[in-house]
Design a protein around this ligand. Sequence first.
Ligand SMILES: [Zn+2]
Ligand SMILES: [Zn+2]
Length: 110
Amino acid sequence: MQRWLLRRLLEVPLGLALGDIRGCEHVEASSGPIAVLAVAWSRHIVCLSRECFARYLEELRPRGEETACDRCGAHVPPPGPRMTMARLGHTILVAGLCPECLKDGGHEGG
Ligand SMILES: [Zn+2]
Ligand SMILES: [Zn+2]
């Protein structure tokens, strides 16, 4: 797995604990770890319930920034950034990356 994706995955539980990332009501109310879905361009995460998954699909439709790579911010000509998915423990993350960032060991953009 790319280090960038791993870092973003690790940010999810950390962000939740710090309040930087907001979970759906189920995530916020759960006392233990539950499976969550996250997208790199949103600070909202949801659980896998049917209603929350529908919300997640809504988040999957990027607004405005759909031509920008989530990692380096580079403009990606149509059809735009390539969706990539990574999973760590209970967290599934989707990010849109440019061809450079998709390559393992691509330029380190933070
Ligand atoms: Zn939920
Ligand atoms: Zn990129």
